[in-house]
Design a protein around this ligand. Sequence first.
Ligand SMILES: Cc1cc2nc3c(=O)[nH]c(=O)nc-3n(C[C@H](O)[C@H](O)[C@H](O)COP(=O)(O)O)c2cc1C
Ligand code: SF4
Length: 438
Amino acid sequence: MTKLADPLDIGGCRLPNRLYRAPVLECAGNGADAVEALIDELEPTAESGVGLVFQGASIVTSDGGCAAPNMTRVHDPAFVAGLERLTDAVHAHEGKIFLQLAHGGLRSMATWHAEYRERNPDERQLAVSRPPWQLRALDRAGLISLHPRVLSTDEVYDLAEQFGRCAGYAVDAGYDGIHLSAANMSLIQQFLSPFYNRRDDEFADGVRFLEAIHDAVREHAGDVPLVTKVPAETVAPSFVRRHISEAAAVDMARRLAAIGYDAVVPVEVSTFWDMSIVRGAYPERAWAAEALRDGYAAAFGGRWRARAVALLNRLQARRFDREPGWNADFCRRVRERVSVPVLLEGGLRTRADCDRYLGAGDGEPAADMVGMARPFYAEPRLGARLLAGEDALCDSCNNCTVPQVTGEPGRCRTPSVVRERGRLEENGAYERTRSDRE
Ligand SMILES: Cc1cc2nc3c(=O)[nH]c(=O)nc-3n(C[C@H](O)[C@H](O)[C@H](O)COP(=O)(O)O)c2cc1C
Ligand code: SF4
């Protein structure tokens, strides 16, 4: 029976246990304090005993491509070299850290963030193909703004090369592996998805883009462990007929493992940027916060539009309510077809969840490693408590997610949870005992 404390190899990298921090935005940007902000956010997690920290989506290009405010770019080798202080800090606690590489494509801020558009009127979104009619209709209605630039075949190769270059910079800075942001409606998901991809060149097969990235990573970063999310668009709205089915996604995972990906993270998502990746409650408190109202209006183009987005959010929360381990069945099906490790995240909150999905009890294991994302906003040093057999405090209320559209950092914004963390801190619950370390 696999245990949370058992080590695991991913692409030759020995991880001390099977608990990971899933990629979530650190909102550290690229300013003078970016490295310090990342250390402040991620070192406590490594210190708490988490075996693998996935740093959140980091953009590979020098402009465009950011899906949210204050994302970090990693196109500049001098900046990435400075992140060695972060990787050293993680390694000092015997943890490992992988960098997630990303590009937003049609999900970039230029599409949806009104104030950003005003500041960057000429920015165009990189696109796999002409956007689907549903997005064009939203554009005509003035709800989003599309100025797509469809990538030529050569440009797709150049972009894959850029992912490879950034992977090389990361390895030079001491990162232990690379993760690809291939879900959440990112540009990579757009390549994989028949909803977005209507190309007639070799990249009509979206897996070819991941193959080109794989080859570029191998060229620039050698045999560094390479992980990717694998999206199944199983919860796309019913009016979207062309989407990645679960069977197609399982086959993609199989092909990616054959190409040389060292681990996969299967996730059930939509074709749009909705709550399918952050299932939980409607964030009542976050939308009601007076101090954030102007920020919401700036992001969504006015107070009425912000209210309309809040209403959509309320409807979405009914559809995507809290659901522990929502990717588990999909992971199980992928695991039957690949021999590389399968990583499970999405709604896990208890130690019992972790043990069950790793195979404790009668059922087939769903995964080789288990991860959490929002719970680390609530408790950066959560690893110590989970490894000691306790449960996370986060209840998926989502008060931490919406404020990020205004440029607010990702942190827990539910007072009862923050108070409880304080009480646990006072009681030494986050101190790792000698037996945890052994
Ligand atoms: C604020 C926020 C930012 C996220 N950013 C990323 C990201 O950068 N890359 C990514 O692959 N997933 C991202 N995710 C998805 C998480 O990795 C994870 O799959 C999701 O939150 C479900 O896990 P949880 O229920 O433990 O939070 C993000 C989620 C949240 C809430
Ligand atoms: S606000 Fe706190 S409790 Fe709510 S989802 Fe975010 S981290 Fe979890």
